[in-house]
Design a protein around this ligand. Structure first.
Ligand SMILES: Nc1nc2c(ncn2[C@@H]2O[C@H](COP(=O)(O)OP(=O)(O)OP(=O)(O)O)[C@@H](O)[C@H]2O)c(=O)[nH]1
Ligand SMILES: [Mg+2]
Length: 448
């Protein structure tokens, strides 16, 4: 996500911080490189111009005062500007608490409407659980454009265990009335309404959506935009705004190698919030769009808050309790290879290594070869651990050469790989002891 911009911006900040003293030439170079990066990432020209003009005096001051502090001011200023452009620090609640709540999704064909319905449902389920208010969610579609569209949503609804309304009518407007009526009868709290798309903006789509919206009276009318379409998505947004109107946007496919300019362009041109971003094809791949977190990621400062939320969402309470036990054992030095295996499984469940690393500070500096190596290493470790007996996993000290040889053969690997695993395991234990001496993880991250 924002890969290109993140690489350029974090490299530029690193470069600036590596300079003992900033010269006038450095300032010029910094500004022109920042401008190039933003232009290449499809950030609108006017936005870039304003940003550069605002940064210039701050950099000049840093060059004049020559203190380490003043360079931090530059980083801070870039961060603050990105936050401002992306929507500011205002906390934005995506949906109102009203019931019944009608949420209507619109967008071009293939932008990700139907998948996003599933993602929103999952997000609502997770939030309802947290607030202990159980909500009845029902999905329905008025997409009669593609023959398989309705079945696609029905399938997703079944998978997520939410309600689904199938209409008799094949006319979008009549179907909308049917959906509202049935949702009322079924006491739905939240109705997620999927609509048809078209390849391009056309009058028939705009008329259809306007009519559907007139009947559905949605509480939230959301535009789904494909981030991969770059600046083109801006024209789409403007057209929807002019003909149908909408309240907020969800930007999908942010996991692709998009430059991220679409988000900047949208924010710079339309004064509406982006409420979520889609970061993958699965129902769990939805993140609230928090400008501070995004800016932090672009500048290579990571996004630990989202990573923690993601972890919490991935694991149910019981699993979390188990991981807490493992963490406790790790800190007490009783950590076994069994626990090590459980930790590997946990990482596996959270998604690809690439995805997890993308939330960490300095992510853009990790090459894809390193990530591939890391993933291959994890795969080997799993194979080795599964070739061990329970006793060996609990008491790794008993692993003598003959046992190691048997394990290596069982996992189709070399003895050196078994040694590599044991070495990593020892390192983890050593690291844990160090953390314990320092007062535990909670003191490091300021979390209890
Ligand atoms: N990588 C990635 N793929 C996505 C994301 N959102 C949707 N997709 C994929 O994009 C394709 C189209 O998604 P749909 O949800 O069917 O799009 P739609 O807007 O409902 O399309 P129509 O119903 O044809 O108008 C599917 O293959 C999805 O899996 C995302 O955030 N990341
Ligand atoms: Mg669809």
């Amino acid at each position: 996500m924002f890969g290109f911009l993140a690489k350029k911006c974090s490299a530029l900040l690193d470069w600036m911080h590596s300079k003992k003293n900033l010269t006038t030439e450095d300032v010029t170079q910094f500004l022109s490189q920042m401008e190039d990066a933003l232009r290449e990432a499809d950030v609108p020209a006017q936005t870039t111009k304003t940003l550069i003009a605002d940064l210039k005096p701050i950099l000049e001051k840093a060059a004049a005062t020559k203190t380490a502090d003043s360079k931090d001011h530059v980083s801070r200023a870039v961060y603050e500007h990105f936050v401002k452009i992306l929507g500011g620090k205002k906390e934005h609640k995506p949906f109102s608490d009203k019931t019944p709540l009608v949420i209507m999704l619109m967008g071009l064909q293939g932008s990700g409407k139907t998948s996003t319905i599933a993602k929103i449902a999952k997000w609502l389920q997770a939030n309802a659980r947290r607030n202990t208010t159980h909500k009845k969610i029902i999905a329905a579609s008025v997409d009669f454009q593609r023959p398989a569209a309705i079945a696609q949503l029905e399938q997703l609804a079944k998978l997520l265990d939410i309600g689904f309304i199938k209409t008799q009518s094949q006319d979008p407007v009549a179907a909308t009335s049917e959906i509202l009526q049935q949702a009322k009868e079924q006491h739905a709290d939240i109705i997620l309404l999927d609509t048809a798309g078209r390849m391009h903006i056309d009058d028939s789509l705009m008329t259809e959506l306007t009519e559907v919206a007139r009947i559905a009276k949605p509480d939230h009318k959301i535009l789904v935009l494909d981030a991969m379409t770059g600046q083109q998505s801006l024209a789409v947004a403007q057209s929807f705004e002019k003909h149908v109107g909408f309240e907020s946007a969800i930007m999908t496919k942010m996991d692709s190698d998009t430059c991220g300019g679409a988000a900047f362009a949208f924010r710079a041109t339309l004064d509406k919030p982006i409420i979520f971003i889609g970061t993958g094809e699965k129902a769990a791949d939805l993140e609230p769009f928090v400008p501070e977190r995004i800016a932090s990621r672009i500048l290579g400062m990571g996004d630990i808050a989202t990573l923690i939320e993601r972890t919490e969402r991935t694991f149910e309470k019981s699993a979390k309790a188990h991981h807490q036990q493992v963490a406790d054992r790790l800190l007490s030095g009783e950590f076994t290879l069994d626990d090590f295996a459980a930790q590997l499984d946990m990482i596996g469940k959270m998604g690809s290594l690439q995805n997890i690393v993308s939330y960490l500070p300095g992510a853009s500096k990790v090459s894809s070869e390193e990530l591939e190596k890391g993933a291959a290493g994890m795969k080997r470790f799993r194979a080795i651990l599964s070739s061990m007996t329970q006793k060996e996993r609990t008491f790794p000290k008993i692993l003598d050469p003959s046992r190691k040889k048997r394990i290596a053969r069982g996992s189709g690997l070399d003895m050196s790989h078994v040694d590599e695993l044991l070495q990593k395991f020892e390192q983890s234990r050593h690291f844990a002891k160090m953390i314990k001496k320092m007062g535990g993880l909670s003191s490091m991250f300021g979390r209890k």
